[in-house]
Design a protein around this ligand. Structure first.
Ligand code: FAD
Length: 296
C-alpha cells in the first residue's frame, strides 16, 4: 500500500501540492516544516514542525527521521526542496526523481530533460521514492478537510548558521507561485531601469518580477529572480517576456505558463514561436504604454 508524505516548507506549499497529493497513491499526510495553519487539502494527518523559519539544508537528517512508514516523500520543486530532498533520499537509501510533471504509476514518472526539449520516463525500483513535483501538471485539487494535527520536533545539526534574513524588495509574490510573472532580459540595461519598467508593471498587475540569466549576470536583476533551466520554474496564468530572445534554457522555465506574451523588437526572435501573443515593439515604448492603459 502506498502512502505519501508531502513536505511543505511553507503552509502555502501544501495548497500548491494539493492537486498532486489528491490524485496520487492511496492517501497522504502533510509535514508543515515551519508550522502555521495547513490549508484544507484533505491530509490524513498534519505533522507540524513549528520551526520559526525555513530551515537550512542540515535539517535533512531530522526531517528524514519523520519519513518512516511512507512509500513516497514529495515536495513542490522549489529551490529549497531541491536542496533538501536529495539529502533526505541519500540518508534513507531511497530513489530520487526530480521535477516530475506526470505520473504513470506509483513507480513510473515523467520529467523534462535536455532543458525541457524532451520528456524522460523514469521507472524506480525502491521501497521509498523521493519526488520533487512541478505542480502545474496536476491541477488545483479541491478543498477537503484535514485529519488531526500532531506536533513534531525538527532540529538542525547546527553546522549551518543563519546569519541574516532579508525580505525580498517590494514583497512581490513568489515567482514559483505567482499567477502573473513579468520578466525582463538583457536590453533592460541596469537595475534601476529593470525595477522601474519590469518591477513597475509587475506591481500594477499584482505579479512577480523575473529575469533572464543574461540580465542576472549583468547585474540588472537579482540572482533569485532568474527564470529558466538553472533558475526558477514558473507556471503562471500570464507570463510577459520583455526583451527576451527565448533561449532553450529560458523557455525550460516557462513552458508551463498558460499564456505567454512576448515583447521584442526582432520579429524573428525565437520567443515568438512559443508566444501566444507577440508584440514586435521596443519595450521602452511598449511597457510605459501598457502600464498607462492598465492604470486608467
Ligand atoms: C548551462 C546554461 C544554463 C542557462 N540557464 C539559463 C536560465 O536558467 N535562464 C535564462 O534565462 N538563461 C539561461 N542561460 C542563458 C541563455 O542561453 C541565454 O543566453 C539567455 O537566456 C539570454 O537572455 P536574454 O534573452 O535576456 O538576452 P539575449 O539573448 O541577448 O536577447 C535579448 C532580446 O531582446 C531583444 N531586444 C533588444 N532590445 C530590445 C528592446 N529595446 N525592446 C524589446 N526587445 C529588445 C532582442 O531582439 C533579443 O531577442 C543558460 C545558458 C547555459 C549555457
Amino acid at each position: 500500500m502506498s502512502k505519501t508524505l508531502i513536505i511543505a516548507f511553507q503552509p502555502s506549499e501544501a495548497e500548491t501540492m494539493r492537486g498532486f497529493a489528491q490524485s496520487f497513491g492511496e492517501g497522504f499526510d502533510v509535514l508543515l516544516v515551519t508550522g502555521g495553519d495547513c490549508p484544507a487539502v484533505g491530509a490524513g494527518k498534519v505533522l507540524t514542525g513549528g520551526l520559526p523559519s525555513t530551515p537550512p539544508a542540515d535539517s535533512a537528517a531530522s526531517i528524514a527521521s519523520l519519513c518512516a512508514g511512507y512509500s513516497h516523500i514529495a515536495a513542490a520543486s522549489t529551490m529549497r526542496a531541491k536542496d533538501i530532498l536529495p539529502r533526505i533520499a541519500a540518508r534513507l537509501d531511497a530513489a530520487m526523481v526530480s521535477d516530475i510533471v506526470s505520473v504513470d504509476s506509483e513507480s513510473v514518472f515523467s520529467r523534462p530533460t535536455a532543458a525541457g526539449a524532451a520528456i524522460a520516463t523514469v521507472e524506480v525500483d525502491a521501497a521509498l521514492t523521493v519526488l520533487t513535483v512541478r505542480p502545474a501538471g496536476f491541477g488545483a485539487g479541491e478543498e477537503r478537510p484535514n485529519g488531526p494535527s500532531e506536533a513534531v520536533t525538527i532540529s538542525t545539526d547546527s553546522k549551518t548558521e543563519r546569519i541574516k534574513e532579508a525580505e525580498a524588495a517590494g514583497a512581490r509574490p513568489d515567482l514559483t507561485q505567482a499567477k502573473v510573472v513579468i520578466s525582463g532580459g538583457r536590453p533592460l540595461k541596469d537595475a534601476e531601469t529593470y525595477e522601474k519598467l519590469i518591477g513597475g508593471l509587475a506591481d500594477i498587475l499584482g505579479g512577480a518580477a523575473g529575469a533572464t540569466r543574461a540580465a542576472v549576470d549583468l547585474g540588472i536583476a537579482a540572482n533569485d529572480l532568474q527564470v529558466g533551466q538553472t533558475g526558477k520554474v514558473v507556471a503562471p496564468d500570464l507570463y510577459i517576456a520583455a526583451g527576451i530572445s527565448g533561449s532553450t534554457q529560458h523557455m525550460a522555465g516557462i513552458k508551463d505558463s498558460k499564456v505567454i506574451v512576448a515583447i521584442n523588437t526582432d520579429g524573428d526572435a525565437p520567443i515568438f514561436e512559443s508566444a501566444d501573443f507577440g508584440l514586435v515593439m521596443d519595450l521602452y515604448e511598449a511597457i510605459p504604454q501598457l502600464a498607462e492603459k492598465l492604470k486608467s
